[in-house]
Design a binder for this molecule. Structure first.
Ligand code: SAM
Length: 191
């Protein structure tokens, strides 16, 4: 309930950034965290908000020191810092992942409102993520709409292939998970 109140307060103050009426359900959070396990190496989470997906990632057995959170909102970032000791919290945009010195990641789990962002910002975020991921690394994103969360042109430009993950009905609104991989080991072009 405390997390819900915090989320709603920030939604009212910064609707364009938060871009959702409620945090993800624990069912959606579990579906997003499914590729993670105790043996997974470095992981980044984009736009963790109040930390529902963060909780699910840690519940998969990932050591906290392997996880870095990128959260733009300072109120959320402070809350994440106190809620998840041992997890690195970066109060800066996800597209800055390269300048945060992260590389060789196994996975990026995104709770960003990608579809409400313009294509230039989507490109910056995705290309930065795939620069930081190691070959074979996975980018996990959900969307509420019927179509994949990345425009086909952008997916093609970045050399990505997509796999549909589970649909999660127990979320407000229902959501679908998508997994993106780089087709070849070649790094995508920078934005
Ligand atoms: C739709 S909310 C999702 C929150 C949480 N992941 C969940 O599923 O409940 C989007 C979150 O992304 C954050 N955000 C928006 N743009 C961002 C960016 N460029 N970099 C990092 N965080 C961002 C917002 O502050 C907000 O916490």
């Amino acid at each position: 309930m405390r997390e819900f109140g915090l989320f709603l307060g920030q939604m009212i103050r910064k609707p364009a950034q938060v871009s959702a009426l409620a945090p993800s359900s624990r069912h959606l959070a579990r579906a997003l965290a499914e590729p993670i396990g105790p043996q997974t190496g470095l992981v980044a989470e984009f736009g963790p908000g109040t930390g529902t997906i963060t909780r699910a990632i840690l519940d998969r057995g990932l050591p906290p020191e392997n996880l870095t959170l990128f959260e733009l909102n300072p109120v959320f970032a402070r809350r994440l810092h106190s809620r998840f000791p041992g997890v690195r919290v970066e109060n800066r945009p996800a597209q800055d992942i390269g300048t945060a010195g992260l590389s060789g990641l196994d996975a990026v789990i995104s709770g960003l409102p990608l579809l409400s962002m313009n294509e230039q910002l989507q490109h910056a975020i995705l290309s930065a993520a795939f620069q930081a991921l190691k070959p074979g690394g996975i980018f996990v994103q959900f969307t509420y709409g019927p179509r994949p969360p990345l425009a086909h042109g952008l997916q093609h430009e970045l050399g990505l292939e997509v796999r549909r993950g589970p649909q999660v009905l127990l979320n407000m609104p229902p959501a679908r998970v998508y997994h993106y991989h780089r087709i070849s080991a070649q790094a995508p072009r920078a934005a």
